[in-house]
Design a protein around this ligand. Structure first.
Ligand SMILES: Nc1nc2c(ncn2[C@@H]2O[C@H](COP(=O)(O)OP(=O)(O)O)[C@@H](O)[C@H]2O)c(=O)[nH]1
Ligand SMILES: [Mg+2]
Ligand SMILES: [Zn+2]
Length: 333
């Protein structure tokens, strides 16, 4: 029976869509011989323990097995069955990352969007989201939008996050200023990868997505709002290929992943906290006390660095507040 490989790009109630890659795509395990449905996006159902849907996530890289009932030849071209008849997701490959909410596998890059003003930036939530990305091996990219509304503040934010080691872009979504640099980075760094935008409501995510990916029609309305309205809507996450190229990147249709979606989930334990602040790395292991909590100790390299300005005060403040939260978190899950 033919087998194909591709990304699960959509799923609802046990029915999925898989974008089957052509043989030349880098992600396809070799050796591989061309199959009738290569390059097509097909409906499919999960096999066995994948059937109930719990095992599969949008973003999964999957093996798909199909039989002769799964397509018909029309004008010499194999057309996949419109309802996924005969097409089964037979295997999922190990994930590069997995999030509980938003439920998504293999997210590689998270653009964390924040406005310089309107809404006023909430650094605690922004930093927490960056920690969650770092902890889950997802590359966070900071996008400071609405720079027109508060140029000085925007510069300051850019300095803080760039200084902390994050790739940082400044944009004015409304006019398109700064978009080209972001576009270039995306064009050069997302091949074969999956990216999403997150950020509080109103920071300009939809505006940016529209400018960055004019060919893709995203759903409107915030995911979190849809969750609030009805159940099971979280399954409607969709990932869009960025082009028709075999090794193209993908962008998740998440115009409204607000911070909240991530917040109660995918959190981590206290001992992991310092590791989620990239700018702490040079100091870790060098404090006077081996059990240093980096909150207020004498001889703490991190506390010292905050004093000299090498680490931004606002970042350390977030560290302190997350430290208090995680201290109360039970060790078991
Ligand atoms: N002044 C200014 N307004 C912006 C900018 N980007 C987006 N907006 C406006 O901010 C509002 C919210 O934008 P939207 O993209 O819907 O935000 P979302 O909720 O994050 O998707 C809209 O009225 C946009 O026109 C910007 O860079 N500067
Ligand atoms: Mg939006
Ligand atoms: Zn310390």
């Amino acid at each position: 029976m033919p087998k194909g490989y591709g990304y699960v790009v959509w799923g609802v109630g046990g029915l999925y869509r898989v974008r089957l890659l052509p043989a030349c795509a880098a992600a396809v395990p070799k050796p591989y011989e061309e199959q009738p449905l290569d390059g097509r996006t097909v409906f499919a159902r999960g096999r066995g323990n994948l059937r109930r849907g719990e095992g599969l996530l949008v973003g999964d890289f999957a093996e798909v097995t199909y039989d002769e009932t799964s397509y018909t030849i029309q004008n010499g071209i194999p057309e996949p069955s419109p309802d996924g008849t005969g097409i089964v997701i037979s295997k999922i490959f190990p994930r590069r990352s997995a999030l509980i909410r938003p439920p998504m596998a293999n997210l590689d890059v998270l653009f964390v969007t924040v406005a310089a003003a309107v809404p006023a930036p909430d650094f605690g939530t922004l930093d927490k989201l960056l920690c969650i990305a770092v902890h889950n091996q997802i590359l966070p990219v900071v996008v400071v939008n609405k720079c027109d509304l508060a140029p000085e503040k925007a510069k300051e934010m850019e300095a803080v996050y760039r200084g902390a080691g994050f790739l940082t872009f400044s944009t004015v979504g409304k006019t398109g200023e700064g978009i080209d640099a972001l576009k270039d980075w995306i064009a050069n760094n997302l091949s074969g990868k999956l990216a999403a935008f997150a950020g509080a409501s109103g920071v300009g995510k939809s505006t940016l997505l529209g400018k960055l990916f004019p060919g893709i029609s995203f759903q409107t309305g915030d995911v979190s709002r849809r969750i609030a309205r009805g159940k099971n809507t979280t399954r409607q996450i969709e990932i869009h290929p960025l082009s028709g190229e075999p090794d193209c990147g993908y962008i998740a249709d998440t115009p409204g992943f607000t911070m909240l979606d991530f917040e109660q989930f995918d959190f981590f334990d206290l001992e992991d906290l310092p590791l989620t602040f990239p700018e702490f790395a040079p100091y870790l292991g060098k404090c006077r006390y081996t059990d240093c909590t980096h909150t207020k100790e004498e001889g703490c390299g991190i506390v010292e660095a905050v004093k000299t300005g090498a680490i931004a005060n606002s970042r350390h403040e977030t560290y302190l507040s997350l430290y208090q939260i995680l201290k109360k978190k039970p060790k078991w899950k």
